[in-house]
Design a protein. Structure first.
Length: 246
């Protein structure tokens, strides 16, 4: 079962309302609905930020915000769908759930050698092949509602502290390690460690293993869209993940 863009729009508003009630920094939803022509709209408080970057305390703020997100009640796996339960995944099993959001080995059915990540870094083949059993197990770790897309454009900072976390449109149910891996991909492992501290989590091997899922996904998207620099970024991140494993 898939979820329409419109349904995800309303689910995003529900997540932000729940986080506002929890007292964490997200824009407040003032109204949400449909225009006469059928398009959805959302009226939110505006958070501009001061144009500065995060401090260590700011990354910890983000960790606490993610902790509140991760404690929301949920069921199922993968991207959210409408239903009687507020935050319910579109899939029943973890591997299928990941595929609703990520095109990644070993769940996508394509051989490892056909993956753009490996085609651009064949020297990683042996190390990643040896990790296949562990990758299947990481997908089955205890789940939470996750943001999944923690790039720099999703944050607003004021005086180095988190003023708002934005855009829950790609929220999905999966291991909290997903958010730490996403933070590491876009912001570096040092930031991910500081976020993990605020979230009462650890950047341990499952986070690095989940990072490989993101590297496969990002390399695949870059290959489809003709982005050699982005493929190089995905390969570099995959190497950093492997370096963090025992």
């Amino acid at each position: 079962m898939t979820t329409s863009v419109e349904a995800r729009f309303f689910l995003q508003a529900e997540i932000m309302r729940a986080l506002t009630r929890a007292g964490v920094p997200v824009p407040e939803i003032l109204d949400v609905g449909r225009l006469p022509d059928g398009r959805t709209f959302s009226l939110e408080t505006f958070v501009a930020g001061d144009g500065g970057g995060p401090s260590v305390a700011g990354w910890a703020d983000l960790g606490r915000t993610l902790k509140a997100l991760h404690t929301l009640p949920h069921s199922g796996s993968g991207l959210l769908r409408e239903g009687t339960e507020r935050f319910r995944g579109t899939a029943r099993d973890a591997a299928t759930g990941l595929l609703t959001r990520l095109k990644t080995w070993p769940f996508d059915g394509r051989p490892l050698e056909a993956q753009p990540l490996i085609q651009h870094a064949p020297d990683l083949t042996a190390a990643i092949t040896a990790l296949e059993p562990e990758l299947w197990q990481v997908a089955k770790l205890p789940s939470a509602v996750c943001h999944t897309d923690l790039h720099g454009g999703q944050f607003r900072w004021q005086g180095g502290r988190l003023a708002a976390l934005l855009d829950f449109g790609d929220a999905a149910i999966g291991p909290p390690d997903w958010d730490l891996a996403s933070a590491a991909y876009f912001n570096g492992w040092c930031a991910a460690e500081q976020i993990a501290h605020g979230a009462s989590l650890r950047c341990d091997p499952p986070v690095a293993l989940f990072g490989l899922f993101l590297a496969f996904h990002r390399a695949g998207r870059a290959a489809e869209q003709g982005g050699p620099r982005r493929i190089a970024e995905a390969v570099a991140f995959a190497r950093s993940c492997l370096n963090r494993l025992p």
